[in-house]
Design a protein around this ligand. Structure first.
Ligand code: FAD
Length: 277
């Protein structure tokens, strides 16, 4: 299928992009990043923006830099850049590990960190990483910029705290000193995982000083397993302690009816049930 007709602009500045979002509000405009989620949704007519604002030419939206103990990643930074970046490998190795599990390299060559977070797929890897790290997301709109903690940013399946006239500009990832792991179960290689776990552990001698665990695929958004984090804090950093953290309470993981997804025949990825007819 082809998308319905739409207008298109590729502004050179962030102000211009925000201005276009405001000016064409009645056309329900969307910003276009890597297009790896938005274009398929438009082709299936599950998204029908009347105006596409392509961010590819907007200066200073991509790049990776360190500011003290925070790694700052521009929203338009491609996943492939994250995967190969020496800065990310050192300052946010959890991100490097997780991003390598997203889809196939052609998708990662185009897909952006900002697009993945703004799309807010409950099964996606990068929102779980942002949540585990306690990332802050920077949004710019007509009234200026604001920082949104990842836990507040992710509001539901495909739903975020971004206002319609706001653009995600940066993701601020605190540097963790300890160990990390990103583990996922996927039925088909490079497809969306059924469930993923992002784990961070910081040691104080032989004891766990703090732990952060985020789970994706089991609830309307990625969630923190706070009970397990609390049980691990202060525990010996051995296999027995790590094997016995409490499970997340079932109330925190409602049956994922709201984020149930259907597989389209012949497709290699899934689309929202609500729009799949
Ligand atoms: P786009 O598709 O351009 O945009 C997605 C949404 O975010 C749109 O609503 C857009 O308006 C909005 N948006 C984008 N950037 C901004 C911004 N800066 N500010 C505000 N809003 C913004 N994802 C996974 O997590 N795991 C997988 O295993 C996986 N497998 C995939 C397999 C295939 C075959 C394909 C095609 C996709 C897969 N995806 C997977 C989705 C992919 O990772 C998407 O690319 C990513 O989720 C969106 O990033 P994007 O830059 O392409 O965003």
């Amino acid at each position: 299928m082809k998308p319905p007709p739409f207008s298109y602009a590729a502004p050179a500045t962030l102000d211009e992009a925000i201005g276009l979002l405001t000016e064409h509000a009645e056309a329900e405009p969307r910003v276009l990043a890597g297009g790896q989620s938005l274009i398929p949704l438009m082709n299936f007519r599950l998204a029908k923006p009347g105006y596409l604002i392509d961010l590819r030419n907007v200066a200073r939206l991509s790049g990776i830099r360190q500011e003290g103990d925070v790694l700052v990643v521009g929203a338009m930074t491609r996943m492939a850049e994250l995967e190969r970046s020496p800065e990310v490998a050192v300052a946010a190795p959890l991100m490097a590990e997780a991003v390598s599990l997203v889809a196939h390299s052609p998708v990662r060559n185009r897909g952006t960190i900002g697009g993945s977070l703004a799309h807010a797929d409950p099964a996606a890897e990068l929102p779980a990483v942002a949540l585990a790290l306690g990332a802050e997301l920077v949004a710019a709109g007509p009234g200026g910029t604001r920082r949104i903690p990842a836990a507040e940013f992710l509001q539901g399946p495909f739903s975020t705290a971004l206002a319609p006239d706001e653009i995600l500009t940066e993701i601020r990832l605190p540097v963790w000193a300890g160990g990390h792991a990103f583990v996922e179960f996927s039925r088909i290689h490079a497809n969306f995982a059924v469930v993923s776990v992002a784990a961070l552990v910081e040691l104080d001698g032989d004891q766990i000083r703090r732990a952060a665990l985020a789970l994706a695929g089991i609830a309307p958004t990625a969630i923190r397993a706070t009970a397990a984090e609390q049980a691990l804090a202060g525990a010996p950093g051995d296999d027995a302690a790590i094997a016995r953290p409490p499970r997340p309470p079932s109330a925190a993981c409602p049956p994922p009816a709201t984020c149930t997804r259907a597989r389209r025949p012949g497709s290699t990825w899934r689309v929202p049930m609500s729009g799949a007819g």
